[in-house]
Design a binder for this molecule. Sequence first.
Ligand SMILES: C[S@@+](CC[C@H](N)C(=O)[O-])C[C@H]1O[C@@H](n2cnc3c(N)ncnc32)[C@H](O)[C@@H]1O
Length: 378
Amino acid sequence: MVLATVGLRTAQSIAAEIADITRSDSSGSPVRHAGINPRVEQSGNVKKHGKLKKGGPRCPETFCTTSEREDSMMPPALARTKAMEQTILCAGRQSTVAELSSSTIGFDQPVSMTALINAAARAQECERPDPLVRDVHAKSLAGDKGRELLERFGKFFTTIEAVRAKFFDDSICKAVSEGIRQIVMLGAGLDARPYRLSCLGRRILWVDVDYEPVLLYKGRVLQNAKPLCEVVNVGKDIRDADLAQVLAEGGVNLGLSILWVAEGVFQYLKEPEVEDILARLRASSAPGSEIIFNAQNKANLVRTQHNAKMLDLLDELGTPWTFTTESPADLLDRHGFDPKIVFLGHAQAHYGRLPWPPSDSPATGFPCEWLATGHVKG
Ligand SMILES: C[S@@+](CC[C@H](N)C(=O)[O-])C[C@H]1O[C@@H](n2cnc3c(N)ncnc32)[C@H](O)[C@@H]1O
């Protein structure tokens, strides 16, 4: 395992270093682990990816059928690679990864269990004929435990997760199309965007930050999958003051713009912690940097028919929602970002899927989930 030590570098030198690091990583995996004890077995020396059907990745059922058919026409080495991919992609049906019961998942923080719920929701969304998000790895990542938790969380969450994830997907791809080359996902959980978002490519550095056991688990489940971009895993509490330093040691160039992504994580923190994180992200944001996060208003913590099951389960897991804001625009503005705020159900974040009509402004006093984006000022 080779980690880059970076000062201020050009995008080209970063790309060259990344290529070197990837080549010299004895595991052969393009995924690197910074700040993580690399216990992940990297047996998947995937050199090449087989073709997916036209139209991008499919949900597991379709993909398995396709790859089984294609295997018979491939040279043996590539067919072996395909077979390894298939084991993971079809794990929901074939149980390779289902062996990871809750006792072997090994998460050490109650909040980390929520990552299983999000993955289970994306897996369920993926089973629809018209999914907003096609996450072929979600089923394996969620496992039986995730499905069980989602059942208790209430299936309405699948709709919320799908709409939110689609909004984040679109925002991330927009940032990439505008020139962002480094993406840092805080509280990454079992998100698999580096494996599914086709707007990402080899020129993108994607960094997952979460507690180490979460990233190790994800690494095990995805060990044979091939990311579309460079991926670095940073096992770290996002509240730690030395986060930027560890990111830099992992290959992030703090002299270049970064897209900070915090999806489904701020609600588990306390207000001063969110304020601190935003201040530190701003301090580590070169011109051109952006942020995207979701947050909720206080009314969302009051039980309704839509959220009662969620609040009950989170209490039971010992990880209730805590952080709320009535004005994410003020929050971003105070921390040096030009805010642009929509909310779940806004015309730009509805996709015809929520059970209420799209609207331009949130109803006063009603539950609201903000989708906040901000460009660094100046
Ligand atoms: C609800 S999950 C969301 C995961 C992912 N972003 C998604 O949308 O699927 C919350 C994640 O945040 C992580 N998390 C919460 N607090 C954290 C902290 N202080 N430091 C690092 N990770 C944290 C948890 O471990 C968990 O994986």
